[in-house]
Design a protein. Sequence first.
Length: 580
Amino acid sequence: MMQDFTPNDRPPNARSRAVTAGPSRAAARSYLRAAGMQDADFEKPMIAVVNTWSSVTPCNMHLDRLARDVRAGIIAAGGYPVDFNTIVVTDGISMGTAGMKASLISREVVADSIELAVEGHQLDGVICIVGCDKTIPAAAMALARMDIPGLVYYGGTILPGRIGAREVSVQDIFEAIGAHAAGALDDAGLQAVESAVCPGAGACGGQFTANTMAMALTVMGLSPMGANDVPAVDPAKGAEGERCGRLIVERVFAGDTARKYITRASLKNAAAAVSASGGSTNAVMHLTAIAAEAGVEFGIEDCHQACVDAPVICDLKPGGRFLASHLFAAGGTRLVTQRMAAAGKIVNAPTVSGRSLFAEAAEAEETPGQQVVADFATPVMARGSYAVIYGDIAPDGAVIKLTGHKVDRFEGPACVFDCEEDAFHAVQDGSVGEGDVIVIRYEGPKGGPGMREMLQVTAALKGRGVDNVALITDGRFSGASYGFVAGHVSPEAAAGGPIALIRDGDRIAIDVANRRIDVDADLAKRRAEFAPQCLRPAHGVFAKYRASVASAAQGAVTIPDPPPVQRPAETAAHSAREDA
């Protein structure tokens, strides 16, 4: 039943009244009547249902169906749903092509389009229905900007594919490409993997970027506990959509805006969940970007500290054995949150369900005999899933993946490439291999432009059986990548970063324990002789992005005056102030 006013005596439709109330708004009402609104509806809060539905990808192809349940929940709770759609760029399809340059850029476009649709119509609340990787942080970034009542509802993971009795995921097809190139897999074998890995709707099945960010937003409090865990094709998904529709109306009536849930404490909780679950390194950039949009002091060093404090307790792919659907069956995000709360790895905070994070975690039901989630006394890894490192090559930081291997130090000669395609061809023809440090540069936010992921290269190495190799780049890695890989090298080559000065054969040392990535070369001398490389031409949105994007160490945001790069000493000082 509708309430007359919120606790702060502000009408729940206070924003939309600017469009719907009074004689001067008769023209606006005439348009809305044509779209289906009736007299009584003008008194209800208008809720934007922002969908990232598309028929191009399994990650998002079912979101139109989920929207029906969301709308039903909104109506039942006394709101009026208004539908909008925005875009998605599918990483799995664009991976290894020029189209991958559009992926990270799409994050900003999605956030911008959500903001424009909601602000342009002065809507009272917003629920974002998301799927493939960049739509999830984009939704959170838009809510952080607008600071109105809002929540994020994830369409859910895909189920495993099968080849005989073996379960497979998209990780397997990228590795199969490498095995095929090496002659270890024939055409029929490659086609068998290709035909099996995506059995239906849902986002990539491991703790890759989509499932990582879905868990992060749940622990942050911006998605209701349990809703994101339910797989895309599970019969319970519809009920979760209806619940989310009801919850967004409740948040509007309560006057709870997005920044109630996006705080320094909740971002640290989210970072701990990324680490404990063995999640994607992309979360560093996305959490930093969400913080920047909300005006919260939080950066790459906070993400590093979360990994120091929260060892990996989830045995999930890409480095582990299980998929997100197995985690759901084992007890889901609620169980992981309960483990973190009991171990003191996170703090209590509000959530969009209206209940506290710890209250939600207390209701975890662990499936007897499950092997997906360990505890902090016997973790899957004694350290977190990644680390932020610095040094000659990365004065502003780089992010190194730690899951899926036990290497702490690597030293070898550089094999330098100025684009991903050249590196991939060198891997496929055997020009690089054991003992090498592959350097891929001019693929950063400005250099790409767009900061492509390097899954095709890392998977090709794995598929060819090349294990003793390191890879560093000013680009990114897919959540499905694993191995001794360091990305987000900042400053990037296109900004004149030291990675632009590396030459073939230079000895590069990567030292995780000391958080260093260095090169044995006189970079000062090379700097004096350095002639900046002409960047690849960029037009349209790519040129606009290049002109406005900040460093990867600042979240690669495109807002004016992005926060400064966070450094270890500054983070220590901030923590000391918090403790005081």
